[in-house]
Write a protein that binds this ligand. Structure first.
Ligand code: PEP
Length: 251
């Protein structure tokens, strides 16, 4: 299992107290549950330093697909790797919406992440209108086709299924709906990379300590991408402990 926290545009590099609490509590979580925190870029370096010798690792929230050049305001995957980060989220729905990122751009970013030695967490998910129109499965498949290039290394790939309408709203799909989409994503990954590839598929969208166990226990859910609830160490660790409990029940 993998529990990844997306801090979005929250946090202050002068105050690492919450992050430090996460680092301190990370050893409570079973080692089969990997913990990743993705703070804003200005906190990457300090967070990596604070997490040295901790089981918790650090990721970024976006990267450019170029290694360097005239791209004002952007960061390359190589720059992120040079801070000691190990993961980068690409194609989050907020970036797809706020910055017009297409599947083609997301695909190039995922390849760039891997070029730099990072693991790419590729986000996909339907809007509410698409779900209401019965198109969720089709949209997710089309995003996978467009965002995951043939050259992608499945060993450095994570998929995060995040229904756009569930992000930050307190609403979640039913467990049956999560199971259906995760089943489709798993079949797509098996077709592309073979059944042994083991690419983790995370669920994301309003995961909280109160619903984490139920969502993480769904078949083909290999972890969670957590926004709001990842800002508090106690909530983030509670979600990771729910993952531990799910694994123990499966054993
Ligand atoms: C996210 O933005 O990736 C996310 C899952 O947010 P939240 O948990 O706040 O819904």
């Amino acid at each position: 299992m993998l529990i990844a926290g997306n801090w979005k545009m929250n946090g202050d590099p002068r105050d690492l107290s919450e992050f430090t609490r996460m680092v301190a509590r990370a050893p409570e979580v079973r080692s089969a549950v990997a913990l990743v925190v993705c703070p804003p870029a200005v906190m990457l370096q300090k967070s990596v330093e604070r997490a040295t010798v901790s089981p918790l690792t650090v990721g970024a929230q976006d990267c450019h697909f170029a290694a360097s050049g005239a791209h004002t305001g952007d960061l390359s995957a190589e720059m992120i790797a040079s801070c000691g980060a190990e993961y980068v989220i690409v194609g989050h729905s907020e970036r797809r919406t706020d910055h017009g990122e297409t599947d083609e751009i997301v695909s190039r970013k995922a390849l760039a992440a891997q070029r730099a030695g990072l693991t790419a967490i590729v986000c996909i998910g339907e809007t509410e209108a698409q779900r209401d129109a019965g198109e969720a499965d089709q949209v997710v498949t089309s995003q996978l086709n467009g965002s995951i290039a043939d050259a992608v290394d499945p060993g450095r790939l994570v998929i995060a299924y995040e229904p756009v309408w569930a992000i930050g709203t307190g609403r979640t799909p039913s467990t049956a709906d999560v199971a259906a989409i995760h089943g489709s994503i798993r079949r797509w990954l098996d077709d592309r990379f073979g059944t042994v590839a083991g690419v983790p598929v995370l669920y994301g969208g309003s995961v909280k300590p109160g619903n984490a166990h139920e969502l993480l226990a769904v078949e083909n859910v290999d972890g969670a991408l957590v926004g709001g609830a990842s800002l508090k160490a106690d909530d983030f660790i509670a979600i990771a402990l729910a993952a531990t409990a799910v694994l123990e029940a499966r054993a």
